[in-house]
Design a protein around this ligand. Structure first.
Ligand SMILES: [Zn+2]
Length: 306
């Protein structure tokens, strides 16, 4: 099985024109035993193999935990190669931080490791609702480079929190209420006090509201009190200071909240609200025009009946 998976990986990577070099995903060690790959600030494409999110892994004395296997089978296989280039310890856990495909569609590359796939208690429902659509969209964006990508449902669900022991290294996995999505997990590495927020934290790239704007701000108020040495955003640099690294995101979300309420109160319709909301944020974020209008639409729907 492993040989055939490796062969398939080689074929997939070989057919992605000009990208055979990603067979081993580049990673940097941001803290002892914490390895990160920096996603590009682009939409998914054949050229980037949907490697657009920050993903990585943490190595303990006995085992490895992957935190987000990446956006396609090809990226997951390249991440797995990066792990195997550094350690032969078993990959015991693959943590799926939330339903978005750029984070979890690489999971099928870890099937032969017999890892536990860990997800939020609401992840199975979200995958049932959107998984097939996401797969079709990936196929049309990536073509051949999407080959081998499958939905892997979680085998271990987190309703509140979960402690994982990697051997002389404990990770706390926490399930959150609706924020970026309704199925967000964060991970805290006790050993290095690295706080892995995945898409609860966007830096440089505009945040995407796909759960609850009010909920996200509530979560942030709570999380900024956590005594972390560094934070890992789902998009942006692979490591930022905490809680300072959350300040721009909080400012953006607060502006959307304040201005969307004002737009609703002054009778501006949902279709035009994005032109008036958080204008001061334009120019401060990558992909602003791609996501800001839909963020305002989501905020409007959430706030209009409050
Ligand atoms: Zn996301």
């Amino acid at each position: 099985m492993r040989a055939s998976a490796a062969l398939l990986a080689a074929l997939v990577l070989g057919t992605a024109a000009g990208h055979a070099e990603v067979a081993v995903l580049p990673v940097v060690e941001i803290a002892p035993g914490v390895f990160m790959h920096n996603g590009v600030h682009e939409e998914a494409s054949a050229a980037n193999e949907d490697a657009i999110a920050n993903i990585g892994f943490i190595v303990g004395d006995d085992a490895v935990a992957v935190i987000d296997p990446g956006g396609s089978f090809a990226e997951g296989a390249a991440l797995r190669n990066a792990i195997r280039a550094r350690t032969d310890r078993p990959i015991r856990y693959v943590i799926l931080t939330h339903v978005h495909p750029d984070h979890i569609f690489g999971a099928s590359a870890f099937r032969d490791d017999h890892s536990d796939f860990i997800g939020h208690a609401k992840l199975p429902g979200a995958l049932a609702q959107r998984g097939d659509y996401y797969l079709r969209r990936l196929d049309s964006a990536l073509g051949n480079a999407a080959r081998g990508t499958e939905i892997v449902p979680p085998t271990m669900l987190v309703g509140d929190s979960l402690d994982l022991d990697l051997g002389n290294r404990h990770l706390t996995v926490r399930a959150h209420g609706p924020a970026h999505t309704d199925n967000d997990l964060t991970i805290f590495d006790q050993k290095t006090r690295t706080f892995w927020l995945s898409d609860l934290l966007f830096v440089d790239r505009i945040p995407v509201i796909d759960g609850s704007l009010v909920g996200w701000l509530d979560q942030l108020s709570d999380l900024i009190g956590l005594p972390a040495e560094r934070a890992v955003p789902g998009h942006g640099p692979v490591s930022v200071p905490w809680p300072a690294g959350a300040a721009p995101e909080r400012r953006y979300l607060e502006a959307v909240l304040h201005d969307t309420r004002a737009a609703i109160n002054s009778g501006i319709g949902i279709a035009n609200a994005h032109r008036e909301v958080a204008k001061s944020e334009r120019g401060k974020w990558l992909l602003f025009d791609d996501y800001h209008p839909r963020n305002v639409t989501a905020a409007y729907k959430e706030l209009e009946w409050e």
